[in-house]
Structures are given as C-alpha cells and as structure tokens.
Design a binder for this molecule. Sequence first.
Ligand code: SAM
Length: 443
Amino acid sequence: MISFPDEFIAELKGIFGDDITEYLNRADDEPFKGISVNRLKTDPERLIPLLPFEVRKSPFYKDGYYYSDDIQSIGRHPLHHAGAFYVQEPSASSAVSLLDIHKGDTVLDLCAAPGGKSSQIASCLGGTGLIWSNEVVKNRAQILLSNYERMGISKGVVSSCYPEVLCDRLEGFFDKVLADAPCSGEGMFRKNPDAIAEWSREHVRSCAERQLSILDSACKAVKEGGVLVYSTCTFSYEENEGVIKEFLRRHQDFEGCELTEHTGRQTELSCAVRITPIEGGEGHFAAKLRRKGECTRSVKPALRSKPDNRVSDVRKMLSEIFIKLPDGELSIINDKVFIIPELMPDIKNAGVIRAGIYAGELKKGRFEPAHALFMASHPSELRQVLDMKADDERVKAFLQGHELECSLPSGYTAAAVEGIITGFGKCSGGRLKNKYPKGLRLI
Ligand code: SAM
C-alpha cells in the first residue's frame, strides 16, 4: 500500500477538495500507460491495426492512446524500433495540445529529454518549420538525440545548453516555446512510489525557484505575439499556479490565454489545467501564456555552410541511394555530412550537438551513409527497400544485428517493417550486411 507524508496529504486537500478521498483510494491502482503516434512515420489509421495489443483513444492529445496494463517490453516491438510511436504517459501529452502547433512553426522545447514532447511537436510539424530541443544535462541530451533519430526528425536541432544562455542567443526567434520544467514529480508517485521518500516542503520550494528561473529565460525566446506553455508533472500549487502568478507579475508583456476547451480539472487560473488520475492521467499541469504584441519573428540569419567542392560528389553518391533526397542544405563538417534545415539560424556557442540529419561520413573519398539518414526517410524516396511484415522472423533477426538473405541488387538498402524504415544494410551476393547500430540491437 502506498503511504504519503501527512504534510503532502494536507497540501493535496487544497488541490483536490472533496475529491481527495477518491484520489487516495486510487493510489494503489495500476498507473495509466500510453503511446503517441509519430506522423513523421505513419498515422493512427495505419498503425493501430498492426499493433499486437488493444489501444483506446486518450482525451489529452489528438494522436494519443492508452494501452492495457499488462503489456511488457513494448519498447522491443519492431514498430517501436522503427519510430512509429513513442511510449508516453497519457497526461504528459496534454502540454503539446496547448501549444497548438501549426505547420511551419518554429518551436523551442527547452527541457526536452528524453524527448516525448519533442517527438509530438515534430509529429505535428510534419517535416515543416523547425523544432529546437534543448536538454541541459549532457548524458540526457544523448538519449534525446537517440530518440530524435528513432523518430526520424529531420527539421530539428538538439542542444545541451543552460536555458539563460540559449534563450539569450535565440531571443524572439520562436513562434512557440515549451518549458516542461523539472519538478517534485508528485504525478509520478503511483508509477514510482520510491520517489515519495524524496518529497519535502523544502524540495517543493527549491523546485519552484528553479522553475521561475527557467521561465524567466524561456520567455526571452518567444517572439512578440508568440506562445509560451509551462508544464510540470506535479500537483503542487506552489510549483504550478504559484509559479505562473509570479511569472505574470514579473513579465507584464505576457498574459494568460483563456482555455475554453480542455479535458482536465479547472484551476484558479483560466489559462491553466491540471490532470490527475481522476481525469485519466498520472498527473500533469499546463499553462498557456502569450507574449503581447503583433506576430513578428526576430529574423536570425540562416546558417550557410562554407563552400566545399566535395558537396557535389556527396550529392552524386547520395543519388545512388535516393530517388529524392531529404530537403535541406548539404554541409560537410570534419568529413561528416549533415543535411541542415532551411530555418536553422546561424548561432554560435549554443551547445548544438546536432542540426538536421546526420547523413554519413566521408572515408577515403567514399561516402558511408548513417543510420539516422535512413530513419528520416520514406520508402518512396529510396531506390531500394527490403520491406517485411512485423511478425516476419527476419525483422527480429535484423534488429538483433544478423545478416539476412536478400535477392535485391547490390547496394545500400533500407530495411522496413510494414512500410516504415527501421534501419539499413548493404546488399551483396544475395545477403544483406546489417548496419543496425550495435547500441540499439535487440538482445
Ligand atoms: N519534456 C521531456 C519529455 O517530454 O520527455 C521531459 C522533461 S523533464 C520533466 C525535465 C528536464 O529538465 C529533465 O530532462 C532535466 O534534466 C532538465 N533540467 C534539470 N535541471 C534543469 C535546469 N536547471 N534547467 C533546464 N532544464 C533542467
């Protein structure tokens, strides 16, 4: 049985009111589990019939679904490896719904690892605009990058930078900014009861201070007329309504956006919503703010790579693999080839660890393509694809790193599951030499 500190229960009473008994009665229920479908790779109509488990629509996000309690190791499913969906607690998807992404938007996800919300944002952008995902903790930024590659995000940037530094560099650049701040995690207590031991009034207070300082930075990156969404996975008044009220007091150029439609609990702020297990999620709070003024973007000069006469050779080598290359500018940095998004600003010292697609490497004049290039591609863009059904034994063998029999002509070949690319290999003499990265292989 989960047991909560008395002080915590006293605080919850202020939030839940008469529903506190219902919340406490549900404390030992199985946590809600969910997935978000990645439209860069598929869509719900195509994906859901292929899943070997039942799903049910979540009210919190247009492409969010619950899946049943008893599914283990969903991350080992081939369609997960292929980036068709992201495993995400259902209420965590609500903040991106408030962002209301439109095609062509520029979006900053300031506290982005491991990448659930970035993956939703990229899915909504559908390969247009620009998503910039930042994570201050270096090793978490690497996990974010790995999820970026799995989800096939091409018009994106991953950085690891302090919010105050990054948002100064990118002042006024974004249509939409998400600050999904680190918090005391009260909404995760059913999933991870051990975290309850870390709860204290002092911890809540220090989280609130850090959240305000993150928001003080985040707001600089929002253009005039742009949107700032703040979210946490905690119930605490101090970390949620308290932070927003203090932020609006400090930043009079921002105002709350009234939420006319939402699927959570009302809060005392008309611009914010809270989701609890009673509404069908583990716990999330999100507030939507707008920077006053006309919609204008402070235009940053686009990054232009230095002229490099090897680019046309690389393009020629790429055209042996691709019918249509992913769009963007080919750039060669220390023999590594990238396809840079059109809207990538020319910014220095922003901790960028990836801009656009890592396409491959030049080795002794030869181009060796990278896993990330294939993951960001569609079968129709490639010259050669080995497409397999999800239950085909060869899919498992491929994900384990084995060579496959393959009667296709010699050359680089994408491996796809149910029409979704999951990696690549090199065909020769009736075999597909496996290039699935060692760190991702099924064991
Ligand atoms: N948005 C992520 C997602 O959907 O997958 C989850 C983000 S998590 C709630 C908050 C993130 O903020 C963590 O990855 C944490 O490392 C990062 N963080 C910790 N301290 C920070 C700080 N001072 N400034 C900015 N981010 C911080």
